[in-house]
Design a protein around this ligand. Sequence first.
Ligand SMILES: [Zn+2]
Length: 180
Amino acid sequence: MYKACPYCNALNLKNEVYCSRCGLKIKKEISLSFAFLIAGVVFYIPANLFPILQTNKFFVSYVNTIIDGIFELMDDGDYPIALIVFLASVLIPIYLLFSIKFKKCKFLKFKYKLYEFVSISGPWSLLDIFVVVVLSVLIHSENIFVLPREGAFYFLIMVICTMLSSKFLDIDLLGEECGD
Ligand SMILES: [Zn+2]
């Protein structure tokens, strides 16, 4: 029921936010992690609906979404990268959205591993953005040029949000919330 203050060692009630002796904040916020996660999921929708890339070729313009990009990576034989982009930018955000809403405390360890995966794979899914930027800089002839589109912007925000979310996550805090 009691928890020692990490600054002055005074015993406080477990749910106390501020230490009764030194007044410092002793209860860490788990909500910050979830706030970034929800923000990431919100941006997930336009990131996948809007095109991330526009190619203008001989006065005809093509637009590409993330899903198109995954299929193109597979066509090029880049299966590992296609899989990482698919997991990090399509599958995991959907799973995380549902896991916040339901059974928050079940599969705690598994969920933590998933957060770890997101924080590791996050920079990899930024490859999409790098590719768009590099293409738009390199390909700039009279007949062909490539432009980033609004989806790339939403995607970038989504990736940053998921990375911040896993950065603020603390497995001990999750355990505490769930009464372990
Ligand atoms: Zn204290």
